[in-house]
Structure formats: structure tokens, C-alpha cells
Design a binder for this molecule. Structure first.
Ligand code: HMG
Ligand code: MG
Length: 300
């Protein structure tokens, strides 16, 4: 990848849909992922092997994996919180024509969100994912690590760069391929993001860092630009601006992939995403959501 090439990591089918209260049928999720696969996006997070009691919307992730096309050059990733999720992933993978090449694990920089999202402390969450990272790595499966609440926590308030560095270093010690820095409730400003990323970049090479911005405060694009200045080239986004975390009150939407592509291309950076195809995928995303909410036929 040249310095002008950007990787957009599409999280709509997972982060975007996980918060939808009405269950979305597998065939609609597959329709969305198929539309995304037409856009030039190469990394799509398609679901998570988390507790169905905690996040009912993701309970069908094995069925989603089973319905995907594996003749396309797409990296389908799933989120895994613990050994049980890892076992479920391995079992689901065995039935597929091609084993997914990537999983994601997740921790928080703040204790309050860790308890709300994972029912354990940050230290315990690292202990839980350590064997998952080791098993995946031993099988040649790439591991992406998320750190949430890198600017602010909905329970603990401000999160300092030093707290983020501590969490990132704990995660990085497990040797994931990359670390995605999550502004879970979209509270970041370019100044806060710059301070946080500059501090983290002392511990982890910028090439291994990604920015994951929710857009609650309308600052996500400015925050992405702040990250670009510091050398980051991977950004998470959700088609149609879908999104939110069920355990982060006030986290409505991920930054919209279409807006990210438009801004980056305007800055002369290459995303490899075909804008018309992305607009079609956004229509599918919004139609699926409207249908689930009982607001339309969802057949677009
Ligand atoms: P727990 O209740 O403490 O789990 O939840 P437990 O270990 O005590 O087990 C309780 C029961 O759940 C047991 O079943 C387990 O087998 C089962 P029982 O014996 O009672 O029948 N269980 C599971 N079932 C299916 N899959 C599993 C699993 N694990 C245990 N993996 C747990 C702990 C981690 C499971 C729970 O807290 C959880 O699932 N949390 C995930 C919440 C989540 O998915 N949040 C959204 C994703 S993170 C996010 O959105 C942020 C991000 O976008 C970045 C950003 O924006 O910052 C990534
Ligand atoms: Mg998120």
C-alpha cells in the first residue's frame, strides 16, 4: 500500500447492525454483505460470536458465515470475546469452503465500559482473550484488537492518553496484527485524538493502528484527518452510518463509509472503493434497517 492508499474497514454488518432491536433475518444480512462485496471494500466485519443473551442480533453469525461467497477476495472478520466464542468460531469455520482469515478481539481502556460490555475488568478481559489470540495465531488466523473508549467512557467520563496506552500495551503484548482505536461514543475532538494517538504511537507502530470513530459529536471526519496527519492509513466505517454499541449509551452511529470515502478521495487519497456501488450498498443497508423497524418494504 502506498502512503496515499487507505484501507477502509467496513464494520456495518457487525457494529452497524448489532444495536438494532428487531432481529434482522440472515438473508437480509447476506444481501447487505453481498452489496458491500461489490464496492471494492476488501475487509468486512460480518458478525460476532458473543453471548446471544447480551447481543441477540449477532446470534446468527454462524449462519451468516455459512451463507457468504468465498470465491471473492474479501476478508470476512468476526468479533470474539472469549474461549467460548473462539470454539463457536472454529466449529462454524470447519463447515466453510474457506476458513475466514481474521478475527477480532476487544478490550476497553476504561473499567466502567469493560464491566458493562464484557462483565469483567480490563485485566480479566486481557486474560480471557490471551488464549484466543494464541490459538488464532497458531492457526495462521490474523487477529485485530480493538480498544474501546479511547477518549471518553459513558460510565467513567474522560479517559486519559495514559490509560489508553496502558490498555493498548496490554493488548499489543498478546501480539495481534493490528489495534483499532475506538471512540465508542463519538466524543473525540481532533485535539484529543491527536494527543491520544501520539501517545499510543510511542508503543505501537502507526502502520498497525486503525481509527474507529463513532460520529455522535459530528467530529469523526475531522478526527480521521487528525489521524492521517499522524500516519494512520486504516479507518473503520459503517455503510449508511449504521451503528452503535448496545452497552455504550449515547453511541448512535459509526462514521458513514460514504462520507469517509468522499472526504478521503477529496484529499487525494485512494480508497479503492467504487462510489456508485457503495451508494447502492447504503440503500440496501437503510432499506434493511427500515424493514426491521417496520418502516418500509425493504426491497430496494
Ligand atoms: P458473562 O455473562 O459474564 O459470561 O458474559 P459467562 O462466562 O459468565 O457465561 C454466561 C453464559 O453465557 C454461559 O452459558 C456461557 O456458556 C455463555 P450458560 O452456562 O449460562 O448456559 N457464553 C457464551 N455464549 C455464546 N457465545 C459466547 C459466550 N460466552 C459465554 N462467546 C460475555 C461475558 C463476554 C460473554 C458477554 O459480556 C458478552 O457477550 N459481551 C459482548 C458484548 C458485545 O458484543 N458488545 C458489542 C461489541 S464491542 C463494540 O461494539 C465496540 C467496538 O465497536 C469498538 C468501539 O466502538 O469502541 C468493537
Ligand atoms: Mg464501535
Amino acid at each position: 500500500m502506498t502512503n496515499n492508499a487507505i484501507c477502509i474497514y467496513e464494520v456495518g454488518p457487525r457494529d452497524g447492525l448489532q444495536n438494532e432491536p428487531e432481529l434482522i433475518p440472515v438473508h437480509d444480512k447476506l444481501r447487505l454483505i453481498a452489496a458491500l462485496a461489490e464496492t471494492g471494500l476488501r475487509d468486512i466485519e460480518v458478525g460476532s460470536f458473543v453471548s446471544p443473551t447480551w447481543v441477540p442480533q449477532m446470534a446468527d453469525t454462524a449462519a451468516v458465515l455459512a451463507g457468504l461467497r468465498y470465491d471473492l477476495p474479501i476478508n470476512y472478520a468476526t468479533l470474539i470475546p472469549n474461549q467460548r466464542g473462539w470454539s463457536d468460531f472454529v466449529e462454524a469455520s470447519q463447515k466453510l469452503p474457506r476458513r475466514p482469515g481474521e478475527i477480532a478481539v476487544f478490550i476497553s481502556a476504561s473499567e466502567g465500559f469493560s464491566r458493562a460490555n464484557l462483565n469483567c475488568s480490563v485485566g480479566d478481559s486481557l486474560d480471557r482473550i490471551a488464549p484466543v489470540v494464541a490459538s488464532a495465531t497458531a492457526m495462521g488466523i490474523r487477529v485485530r484488537g480493538y480498544v474501546s473508549c479511547v477518549v471518553r467512557c459513558p460510565f467513567d467520563g474522560e479517559v486519559t492518553p495514559a490509560q489508553v496506552v496502558r490498555a493498548v500495551e496490554g493488548l499489543w503484548a498478546l501480539a495481534p496484527m493490528s489495534v483499532s482505536l475506538g471512540d465508542t461514543i463519538g466524543a473525540g475532538t481532533p485535539d484529543a485524538v491527536r494527543s491520544m494517538v501520539s501517545a499510543v504511537a510511542q508503543s505501537v507502530p502507526v502502520e498497525a493502528l486503525a481509527g474507529h470513530f463513532h460520529d455522535t459529536g459530528g467530529q469523526a471526519l475531522a478526527n480521521i484527518e487528525a489521524c492521517l496527519d499522524l500516519g494512520l492509513r486504516t479507518f473503520d466505517a459503517a455503510v449508511g452510518g449504521l451503528g452503535g454499541c448496545p452497552y455504550a449509551p449515547g453511541a448512535p452511529g459509526n462514521v458513514d463509509t460514504c462520507r469517509v470515502v468522499d472526504r478521503l478521495e477529496a484529499l487525494g487519497l485512494a480508497t479503492g472503493v467504487e462510489r456508485d456501488a457503495l451508494a447502492r450498498a447504503a440503500e440496501v443497508a437503510l432499506a434493511i434497517r427500515s424493514k426491521a423497524r417496520g418502516m418500509g418494504d425493504g426491497n430496494r
